[in-house]
Design a protein around this ligand. Structure first.
Ligand SMILES: Cc1cc2nc3c(=O)[nH]c(=O)nc-3n(C[C@H](O)[C@H](O)[C@H](O)COP(=O)(O)O)c2cc1C
Length: 386
């Protein structure tokens, strides 16, 4: 009888389970991997959490405004290590939508300078993603349906390595001749020069998601017969030249990342093997510091099923086979999962997109979950009471 009573007590007594919880807490690393700094050339990110680039479709003439300020500033206050802008385009016709950002003039540069000053004052690094949408340019913003915009609808002519549209009903791109290729590379350099003047600490070249550079990489979108098409070496040439163009204006002491789609998710397309090979070439070149491993979006014919952490194996494989730092991205939502990825050596940085839209203070919350301490901004310290 008494034993039954004790068993019931053990089952219902909250202190019985607290002991288990305490054991779990004791097993947690007191210095979680995601909160450890990472040295990147002369810069050090205070932790491994990165705001992934996310288009806000809210610019006029490519100029960042108060919306962009709050989007980036609040994540810096939230404890992020590197705050990345959405993709900024190197020329007006390279924009995905009329609401996208650019860095082709000094007005845009000066508006970014206000944002980088604030981000850096919070202790985060200011990162900028630069790119060109190629054949995926000239579309309506997502909340207007995201459909291709013809000239009559306010759209513009689009360019690509080959005259192959993204899909039926999309704009037929103009095939880039040698002059257009060289001019575009010069635009990447000019964009980078302004990024430096605006005070950014990290540049990421957008070579993923079916945009211009990815269009050169994939045999499905690149049918050229010159030195920019055909073999693997030829298809990666435009990216390598973009890396050179960016590095020519980006100080050696500052880190440079490249975001790739590690696979097209299409038979006969760009795949993980090619990505590993590319990462090895970039590593050997010594100009790129980290590969940010995303995937897909070259074509609507892609076939994939997504699940939490579905792109992490790409980051892990590239990291181990090319011996280069990687970023993992894609449906990473919990602090425990992020921690495991870094602790297991699958990636060096965790890029968070949608989770950070819902929770700009994700790092501060993750610290609570992992029972670690992250410094809050002085103005908000009195909120750190739970
Ligand atoms: C609204 C939105 C805009 C995005 N814009 C960009 C972008 O500008 N550049 C980019 O490389 N990826 C972009 N992405 C992809 C994210 O950076 C990220 O890779 C993707 O959302 C998967 O990560 P998540 O599951 O943490 O959101 C965007 C995603 C969203 C949701």
């Amino acid at each position: 009888m008494r034993r039954d009573f004790m068993n019931t007590l053990a089952r219902t007594n909250p202190f019985a389970t607290r002991g288990e919880n305490e054991r779990k807490v004791l097993q947690r690393d007191p210095n979680p991997h995601i909160f450890r700094p990472l040295a990147l050339r002369s810069m050090t990110t205070r932790n491994r959490i990165v705001l992934s680039p996310m288009c806000q479709y809210s610019a006029a003439d490519g100029v960042p405004n108060d919306w962009h300020f709050q989007h980036l500033a609040s994540r810096a206050v939230g404890g992020v290590g590197i705050v990345f802008t959405e993709v900024t385009h190197v020329e007006p016709r390279g924009r995905i939508t009329p609401g996208c950002l650019g860095l082709w003039n000094d007005e845009q540069r000066d508006a970014f300078a206000r944002i980088t000053r604030f981000i850096k004052a919070q202790g985060a690094l200011a990162g900028i993603q630069i790119g060109h949408a190629g054949r995926k340019a000239s579309t309506a913003v997502s909340w207007d349906g995201g459909k291709p915009l013809t000239r009559e609808m306010g759209g513009w002519e689009v360019i690509a390595p080959s005259a192959i549209p993204f899909a039926d009903g999309h704009l037929l791109p103009m095939e880039m001749d040698r002059k257009t290729i060289n001019d575009t590379l010069a635009l990447f350099a000019a964009n980078t020069r302004r990024a430096h003047q605006a005070g950014f600490d990290v540049v990421e070249i957008h070579a993923a998601h079916g945009y211009l550079i990815h269009q050169f990489l994939s045999p499905l979108s690149n049918r050229r017969s010159d030195r920019y098409g055909g073999s693997f070496e030829n298809r990666i040439r435009f990216l390598l030249e973009a890396v050179d163009a960016v590095r020519s204006e980006w100080p050696e002491r500052l880190p440079l990342f490249v975001r790739i789609s590690a696979t097209d998710w299409i038979e006969g397309g760009w795949d993980l093997r090619a990505s590993v090979q590319l990462a090895q070439v970039l590593k050997a070149g010594g100009k790129v510091d980290l590969i940010d491993c995303s995937s897909g979006a070259l074509s609507p014919t892609q076939k994939l099923t997504v699940h939490p952490g579905y792109q992490v194996p790409f980051a892990a494989e590239i990291r181990s086979r090319a011996d280069i730092a990687t970023g993992a991205v894609g449906l990473i939502q919990s602090a425990d999962m992020a921690e495991q990825i870094v602790a297991n050596g699958q990636a060096d940085l965790i890029f968070l997109g949608r989770a950070m839209l819902g929770e700009p203070y994700w790092p501060l919350q993750a610290a609570r979950t992992l029972r670690a301490r992250l410094p809050w901004s002085r103005q908000y310290e009195r909120g750190d009471i739970y």
